[in-house]
Every structure is written in C-alpha cells, then in structure tokens.
Design a protein around this ligand. Structure first.
Ligand code: UD1
Ligand code: UDP
Length: 366
C-alpha cells in the first residue's frame, strides 16, 4: 500500500485539507499519515477538532510573533526527520503558506514527489500577497501533480510551462467543507446581539497590510459604522498580536462592533451565511462568499481569485481609507449596487473536489 503524507500548518490549509484527509482515509486505498507543522496552534486546533482529524506528527513550530525566517527554518529542520522516518511515496501540500513552501522544498531536497492542492492561483505580483505569491510559484516548480481549482488556474500553470498532463481541474476543497457546515437553523448569542440589524462581518490579517494599511482599513470601517447606526459588525480577530493591537486601538470603544475570538469554521461559515456583507483581506473567504451570494469588499490591491470578481461577488477596494469608506457606504446605501453583488454563483466547483482528487491519486499512484 502506497504511503501518502499530508502536511499543513495554518487554519485555511486545515479547513481545505481535513476534508481531503477524511476522504483519503474513507477509501482505505492508501496508508495516510498527517503531519501538522504547528505554524498555527489554537487556530489550527479549532479546525482539527471540527473535522475530527488527529495528526500523526506535530512539528510544533509556532512561537508568538514568528517571522518568515523562524517559520521556514524551523519547518525545514524538523520536517526532514519526519520525511526520513515516514518515507512517504507522495506528499500532499496546499496553497501558498510558508508551511507549504518549506515542506515542498524539503521534499525536493529528498526527491519525494509532491502533489499541490489549490495549484495555479496567481496575482502576477510576487510581492502581493507577500510571501504567498512566491510560495505558490516556487511549489509549482517542483510539484508532480497539480490540483487546480479552476480552468483559469490550470491555464496559469500551462503558461508557466507545466505539462498539462500533470494538471487536473477539481474545484476547490473549500466548497466541500462549506457544504457540511451551513445550517439555516443555526443560532449563536452574538447573532442574538445583532438581532434585526444588518450584520457586517470583518476579518483582516495579511502581512503586507499590518501597520498603517490596516489602520486605514479600520478607520474607514469605523466612519461608516458611525454614520449607519442601523448596522452591527462582528470581527473575529486573528490571533496575531499586531492585528489585535490595531483592531483594539481603532475599534476599542465602539458599541456597534464586537471584537471576538476566532470562530471555529462551523460558526464562521454560519456567520457568513447570516451576514449582510463582508469586509476582508482573506483568501479563503473570497472563495466561500460567492456560493453564499454574500458581497465581499476585498481590502487588498490584488487578488488571485478573479473568478469571484467576474461573478460580481467580490470588489477589490485596496487599502486606502477613502476608497474603502466610499465603497462600504455605497454598498450599504445603494440597493442596486447591493443586488448586483449578492447573487449566488459558484466558480469554485460542486463541492466534490476531494472525491476527484482521491480518484486521481488512485489512478496516478498505482
Ligand atoms: C499565515 C500564512 C498566510 C495565511 C494565514 C491564514 C504564511 C507566511 N502566512 O499568516 O498565508 O493567509 O496564515 O491565517 O505562511 N498566532 C497565534 N495562534 C495561532 C495562529 C497565529 O498566536 O493559532 C499568532 C502568532 O503570534 C503568530 C502570528 O499569529 O506569530 C502570525 O501567524 P503566522 O502564521 O506567522 O502568520 P499569519 O498572518 O497567520
Ligand atoms: N475562518 C474561520 N474562523 C474565523 C475566520 C475565518 O474558520 O474566525 C475561516 C474562513 O471561513 C476561511 C478561512 O478561515 O475558510 C480563511 O482563513 P484566513 O482568512 O485566516 O486565511 P487565508 O484564507 O487568507 O489564507
């Protein structure tokens, strides 16, 4: 039986890889082992609990305020032993985090073939998002099988010279996860607080937005909230202390916004489903919102998810205060603009990406 090692380390990788781990285990065609790097700790544990995945190995690398050197060096150092001990026939990584890059690099050094889930996303700007665009491009240089979520991501890889035979369009496993979490009957005490007000859901964490851009983002949001007493906002803050400090500094005494701890994925998906609109710089939320028909103002200058922009669900609003202020205000005040953005569409597959990926692995890894 061939041995597959699945490696991930952050919340979004967990949300998109746990359903795949469970599908792999259900089929019983491979010896499946899971290694978490521990790049995230509490935020990943929440995900593992929801999907009932127990890692076989944990590199436990997280330290408060880690920088890119800490993450990369520690993973590279610690995963070498795991790879040498486990001797996997194939390693699966996801997306574009430093966990993904360092794991793929270690596999390359040891000549272990890598499968890349969520391959082929590109902004074309290696500094935006930073360092994710570099990470995913680097993994594409060495990946043996590429699971692209859309035709567009497949074409991005072909343009870079990848052999089309090694690229499969599967949809995004985020949609698989989403199908198991949403319940129309969902209740939560924070939603009782929101009551009949329009709910604005906020997240922000990108490295390139830390500091001043994030202050601009939050100031713009606060101005709009103050002008619209009929809306309430919920912001489950990322555990990065730099994000938390800025959020508390700007929103601290505002009674229209609740700053809360990160939600587990079931809660978060249901909060999205109950929201009026979302303001975020997250990647994964840009994939989930279109199928829920929830307008998203993307507080970034670039996106690797143009499918959602074309579907009208996403609007790129940058990180300048005035632009965010105007766009947020317009979306609250113009019914027409809101309706244009709130039609459900699903550019990221039918929720069966994991099944497709495992079918392909069963064919390819005989
Ligand atoms: C990482 C990924 C980013 C992804 C994001 C998802 C890289 C370079 N960045 O960024 O692509 O979008 O995860 O959220 O791989 N922290 C905790 N507990 C946790 C998680 C984080 O305390 O469970 C704090 C730590 O102080 C840590 C900081 O958050 O130093 C930042 O975490 P880190 O993984 O370095 O970066 P993210 O911004 O989360
Ligand atoms: N999410 C969550 N709890 C939260 C905020 C987000 O479970 O409090 C989920 C969200 O539904 C999406 C993923 O986390 O699936 C996005 O993670 P994040 O924004 O941290 O990373 P990115 O997608 O930008 O890499």
């Amino acid at each position: 039986m061939k041995k597959i090692l699945v490696v991930f380390g952050t919340r979004p990788e967990g949300i998109k890889m746990c359903p795949l781990v469970n599908e792999l285990k259900k089929r019983k065609k491979f010896d499946v082992k899971v290694c978490v790097t521990g790049q995230h700790k509490e935020m990943l544990n929440q995900v593992l609990e929801v999907f009932d995945v127990v890692p076989d190995y944990d590199l436990s690398i997280m330290k408060k305020g880690q920088d890119l050197f800490d993450i990369t060096i520690n993973i590279l150092d610690r995963i070498k032993r795991i790879l040498l001990n486990v001797c996997p026939d194939f390693v699966l990584v996801h997306g574009d985090t430093s966990t993904t890059f360092a794991t793929a690099l270690a596999c390359y050094y040891l000549q272990i073939p890598v499968g890349h889930v969520e391959a082929g996303l590109r902004t074309g700007n290696v500094f935006s998002p930073f360092p994710e665009e570099f990470n995913r491009e680097a993994v594409s240089l060495i990946s043996k099988i590429n699971f692209a979520p859309t035709e567009r991501s497949k074409n991005n890889l072909i343009k870079e010279g990848k052999n089309p035979k090694n690229i499969y369009v599967t949809g995004n496993t985020a949609i698989d996860a989403l199908q198991t979490t949403i319940k129309e009957t969902y209740i939560h005490e924070e939603l009782n607080w929101v009551d009949d007000s329009r709910l604005i859901l906020i997240t922000a964490h990108r490295r390139e937005n830390l500091g001043e851009p994030m202050e601009h983002m939050f100031r713009a949001i606060k101005r709009v909230l103050l002008e619209h007493p009929d809306v309430k906002a919920i912001y489950p803050i990322h555990l990065n202390p730099k994000v938390r400090d800025t959020a508390k500094k700007i929103f601290g005494n505002n009674t229209q916004i609740h700053l809360i701890e990160p939600l587990n994925v079931i809660d978060f998906h249901n909060f999205m489903n109950k929201s009026y609109l979302i303001l975020t710089d997250s990647g994964g939320i840009q994939e989930e919102a279109p199928s829920l028909g929830k307008p998203v103002l993307v507080m970034r200058d670039t996106t690797e998810r143009p499918e959602g922009v074309e579907a009208n669900t996403l609007k790129l609003v940058g990180t300048e205060e005035e632009m965010i202020y105007k766009s947020f205000k317009e979306l609250l005040e113009s019914k027409e603009e809101y309706e244009k953005m709130s039609k459900a569409s699903n550019p990221y597959g039918d929720g069966r990406a994991c099944e497709k990926i495992v079918d392909i692995l069963e064919r390819e890894l005989k």
